[in-house]
Design a protein around this ligand. Structure first.
Ligand SMILES: *Cc1c(COP(=O)(O)O)cnc(C)c1O
Length: 395
């Protein structure tokens, strides 16, 4: 794969006709090293966020050996990673997927009901070497994508399930997910309180606590609390758990390990007023910008960039014939932008390429590696993210 110093160098050399997925593996490596230094437990990368081998390789190089997987194809893929420990954390699994996962060496499974516990025990022929996690329902606070409606158990039924699962498991744990892009640590505080109450009520001993994912990234319209605050809240909550010294911690970050590690470079096919028609969109890498209100950092990459160019607010329209292929933003770009220019849209590493389809014949990309810094970072040297999102590039 070709490497470039920046999006400007790439465009100068290639004038790409297709949208470009521009990877920054170094940014994924930096995020993984940050977690390794600041989280006192196993870090399982949530595979669904982005399965590019370049990013998986960077995470692996930074010492990531655990992977959170949710389907059989993900498991078959991740099972080829040397020394990887896979955790099948989807609370509702097909019987065949459980059986095949066990054959492939997976021992770690999550569940949120007695029916699923029974399925797991039947399909593994009553295995005695299982690591079973009960998924607890927790309130989603300040998260952009709530995940608590679909999975998780609470109250009296949870107490019963904890006791039954404890009896069946070689290693027994609890797991939760506070919701994706959770911008303040209070969600973890509340979740760990709920976990503590449940453990006390059920009177069980847990071996593992998986605090899930949900750790935030920076976007043009989302400035989360510093990552240190999340780790501090988790530490405080975990210290209050009964028999803390016997509990091994795990987390499952997806977004926060890879979002900074990929940009999308698009071509402006038309400008109509403050509307820019570009060659990727809602059915491609920009689903979250169209449907979930994400405003990714955008910068102009063009020969006519002026350092002090006045900015305008733009909406983006994707290439398909569908009018919901629309990213309202607003995206702040130099007012001089015109047809023929390119835009680097940063921060699409998580749930970008992973969600892209082929509607209308689009959805094929060129790929390259960039060596410069991402537009926005949670992990910059000064801890605050030192990169300027509106620094436009001259080709
Ligand atoms: C999606 C998912 C994750 C990753 O979530 P992020 O918000 O990307 O960190 C972790 N665990 C489970 C069970 C998930 O479904």
């Amino acid at each position: 794969m070709q490497r470039y110093r920046s999006a400007a160098a790439l465009i100068k050399a290639r004038r790409p006709e297709k949208p470009v997925l521009a990877l920054r593996p170094h940014a994924a490596g930096r995020a993984a090293r940050w977690f390794r230094q600041n989280f006192d437990g196993d870090i399982a990368y949530a595979y669904k966020a982005n399965s590019s081998v370049f990013l998986i390789g960077a995470l692996y190089g930074a010492g990531i050996r655990h992977f959170d997987v949710a389907s059989l194809p993900e498991i078959e893929d991740a099972a080829t990673i040397p020394d990887a420990e896979l955790h099948f954390m989807h609370p509702v699994k097909a019987r065949g997927a459980i059986r095949r996962a066990y054959e492939l060496g997976v021992r770690s499974f999550s569940l949120d009901g007695e029916d699923e516990l029974e399925k797991i025990l039947q399909e593994t022929d009553g295995a005695r070497d299982l690591k079973l996690f009960v998924r607890v329902a927790v309130p989603a606070i300040n998260s952009l994508i709530p995940l608590e409606h679909k999975f998780g158990i609470a109250g009296e039924p949870a107490t019963k399930l904890l006791i039954e699962t404890r009896q069946a498991a070689a290693k027994f744990g609890l797991t939760f997910h506070v919701g994706s892009q959770t911008t303040t640590p209070d969600a973890f505080v509340m979740a760990l309180k709920a976990v503590r109450d449940l453990i006390v009520q059920a009177g069980v001993v847990i071996d593992v606590l998986d605090v899930g994912g949900g750790f935030p990234s920076r976007y043009a319209n989302s400035e989360p609390a510093p990552m240190e605050d999340f780790m501090a809240a988790i530490n405080t909550g975990v210290e209050a758990l009964p028999a803390r010294e016997n509990i091994r911690l795990m987390c499952e970050p997806g977004r926060s390990l890879v979002s900074e590690a990929e940009s999308l470079i698009v071509h402006v096919d038309a400008r109509r007023g403050q509307n820019l028609f570009i060659n990727d969109g809602a059915y491609g890498t920009l689903f979250d910008a169209a449907h979930l209100g994400f405003v990714f950092p955008a910068r102009l990459v063009s020969p006519h960039v002026e350092a002090d160019a006045p900015l305008g607010a733009f909406e983006l329209w994707g290439p398909t014939c569908d009018s919901i292929d629309h990213m309202p933003g607003p995206f702040l770009l130099p007012d001089c932008i015109s047809e023929g220019d390119y835009i680097e849209i940063g921060g699409v590493g998580a749930y970008g390429r992973a969600l892209a389809g082929h509607f209308n014949g689009y959805g094929t990309y060129e790929e390259a590696i960039l060596m410069d810094e991402p537009q926005l970072s949670m992990y910059a040297a000064d801890g605050s993210g030192s990169h300027d999102a509106v620094r436009h590039l001259r080709t």
